[in-house]
Design a binder for this molecule. Structure first.
Ligand code: ATP
Ligand code: MG
Length: 412
């Protein structure tokens, strides 16, 4: 992509009233645009990152046997009345309104729709287990929406639901989901702790995945000696319940949350299956959420410098940023184009800063703000010996390298 035609521009200032670091950097870098508090548009740079996060999640869901579906965001009232969540406690977060065919609510979670859907297709033990996921925008009537992408009123969620014949099967799948979640956060460049939290309808705890950072809203009691972590909401004592050692208090961003729901939602619609003996048995259920847009915000929160964002290779909107430096612009431009063509043809995603009329300092400041992992500066200084300057942003180290070596290295 030529930066001269890339839609969206970098900005010196974030909009007034935007207090969170993630939204400030993402807006200034031209990744997102603010529509209202908790409501954002994704520009090409931001959408590429969001797509990368969603694709990683999709791959890890498919790897644990889940199939992708897409349910509506517009929900009629009836299924929510069946579970008792139309007025309580759903109404606290659900946007509800009248309309033709209404009343309606905007989906803030999907147990109410997925359970009757799966019920239509499951008769006997042979039809179980079932695991379905979707990646979709959710809507929540959040009272405070000051944390940028960390707390949207509309936000991206991946929600997986699994259906089982017994607790043993649910437990085994739940363990696989934890492993998949660890892979997802590792691949996104986040160190997420597995944290016991409240809200397990059929187990003592639910499990949250928390990224430790001071900008997080949750408080975690963390035991370094035995890697056991709990959300403050379930903590009874400063001592670790597992090894007795004192624990540290950390702040964290909840990027994922998984629950054993048991029969909480299946019972509401009388969803049973017949076992080998021909008897009707309740279907057990688990649900597993991740917020891709919150993950994007969390990466921006924990991986930035004073100059701007720092994307891991797996999420970066483009892998390589090509810039020019020097007065002999024609020669430099030719070399930049040659590099751009070679890398692009090899399937590398490249952003080439071909914008005219900017100073070297302005080009560099924008590149620092956008934060692509690999940077190549084609400069007068080294051009005569066919070298370019290569910078790995993660290492913050710049070295002159032969042109062919840089191409060879980045092609891999
Ligand atoms: P929180 O306690 O932060 O409000 P929650 O526990 O209500 O979140 P869940 O219902 O568990 O959220 O949703 C699953 C995942 O969706 C969360 O782990 C988070 O990654 C994401 N998420 C939830 N609410 C939001 C939001 N308002 N904006 C962005 N992502 C969200
Ligand atoms: Mg949660």
């Amino acid at each position: 992509m030529r930066q001269s035609i890339l839609f969206g521009k970098t900005q010196k200032q974030a909009p007034r009233g935007e207090v969170s670091t993630n939204a400030q950097l993402l807006i200034r870098g031209g990744f997102i645009d603010k529509v209202a508090a908790g409501i954002y548009s994704y520009l090409p740079l931001g959408l590429r990152v969001l797509n990368n996060i969603q694709q990683i999640i999709r791959e890890e869901m498919i790897a644990i046997g889940a199939q992708e579906v897409l349910l509506p965001a517009l929900h009629p009232k009836e299924p929510w009345e069946a579970t008792g969540r139309w007025s309580d406690p759903g109404s606290k977060v659900m946007y509800q309104f009248d309309g033709h065919g209404g009343p309606f609510g905007l989906g803030w979670t999907h147990e109410e729709l997925i359970t009757p859907l799966v019920q239509k297709y499951v008769r006997s033990y042979r039809d179980l287990p079932v695991a379905l996921f979707q990646i979709q925008d959710k809507f929540r009537n959040e009272s405070r929406a000051k944390s940028g992408l960390l707390r949207g009123r509309e936000f991206s969620m991946k929600d997986l639901y699994s259906f089982h014949r017994n607790m043993e099967d649910l437990d085994a799948y739940y363990a696989r989901a934890i492993a998949a979640y660890k892979n997802i956060f590792n691949r996104c460049g986040l160190d997420a702790l597995v944290v016991e939290a409240s809200g397990g309808a059929f187990s003592k705890y639910s499990h949250e995945f928390q990224v430790p950072t001071d900008s997080g809203e949750d408080i975690i009691f963390s035991c370094a000696s035995c890697d056991m972590h709990q959300n403050k909401e379930v903590v009874a004592d400063i001592a670790c319940p597992s090894c007795g050692k004192p624990r540290k208090e950390l702040k964290g961003i909840e990027v994922g949350n998984i629950f054993k729901l048991g029969t909480r939602f299946t019972q509401a619609v009388n969803f049973t299956y017949t076992n080998e003996q021909g008897e009707a048995q309740p279907v057990l259920m688990g649900c597993y959420g991740i917020g891709p847009s919150r993950v994007l915000g969390a990466v921006a929160e924990v991986q930035h410098t004073a100059k701007g964002l720092r994307w891991p290779d797996t999420l970066a909107p483009f892998a390589v940023h090509i810039l020019g430096a020097g007065k002999d612009t024609k020669k430099i431009e030719m070399k930049m184009l040659e590099l751009y063509a070679l890398l692009t043809q090899a399937g590398v995603a490249v952003l080439m800063d071909d914008r005219p009329g900017l100073s070297y300092g302005e080009h560099m400041a924008d590149a620092d703000l956008i934060g692509l992992p690999h940077r190549i500066i084609v400069g007068e200084k080294h051009l005569h010996e066919n070298k370019v300057e290569y910078t790995s942003l993660a290492e913050a180290k710049t070295t002159p390298m032969p042109f062919d070596d840089v191409v060879g290295m980045l092609r891999k």
